[in-house]
Design a protein around this ligand. Structure first.
Ligand SMILES: [Zn+2]
Length: 199
């Protein structure tokens, strides 16, 4: 016999799919949702339902509402600069600094062969294709967190990019070793971006 009505069990099972949410936390969240006003609960449900319309940009692979995202569509962006980031959320972090106006490409992770993140699992081929098609790009910025996997990725990509004859830079070493770009403050990240150096 179930301890709670089926909708609660269903919500617990759904919330349990989120990272770091175990059965107890999922149950706590389900109860918190039950305490919301009907209108608020509908808003939560509607906003989650809306996520199914999110797609990925064909050019930079970030999340988008259309096949080409707003940044890729923006003719005011500097098309000579291409910043490579591990995850789509890193774009938001870099945009928050307000000093970068170039384009992006989301790699989809960092190299980590032990966990199965080999070059063929990331958008490495897509990056090569982009550079071959897009002759405008004069500099490729490798904006990865300065940890073991970030450094491995920088090493791998800078070798590949040099073979393609592209100027390749990395963030200045102002970010503490092991720090995640996601948690870097805007001032530190802005200075790491403007003080970038060739690899
Ligand atoms: Zn895009």
């Amino acid at each position: 016999m179930r301890k709670f009505p089926a909708p609660i069990h269903n919500a617990v099972a759904a919330l349990g799919k989120l990272p770091g949410v175990g059965p107890k936390t999922a149950l706590r969240y389900a109860f918190a949702l039950l305490r919301l006003q009907r209108g608020e609960l509908e808003l939560v449900a509607k906003s989650i339902d809306g996520l199914k319309f999110v797609t990925t940009c064909d050019r930079c692979f970030t999340y988008a509402e259309a096949s080409i995202c707003e940044i890729c569509r923006d003719s005011k962006r500097d098309s000579k600069l291409l910043c490579i980031v591990a995850e789509a959320r890193d774009i938001a972090t870099i945009e928050a600094t307000g000093i970068y106006h170039g384009l992006y490409l989301v790699l989809g992770g960092v190299l980590n062969p032990v966990d199965g993140y080999t070059p063929d699992k990331l958008n490495v081929k897509e990056l090569q294709d982009r550079l071959q098609l897009d002759r405008d790009i004069g500099e490729v910025i490798l904006a990865f967190s300065p940890d073991v996997h970030g450094e491995t990725t920088i090493l791998y990509l800078s070798r590949m990019l040099k073979n393609l004859g592209k100027k390749t830079t990395r963030l200045a070493r102002g970010l503490p070793m092991g720090a995640d770009i996601e948690y870097a403050d805007e001032v530190t990240l802005a200075s790491a971006l403007s003080g970038r150096s060739e690899t």
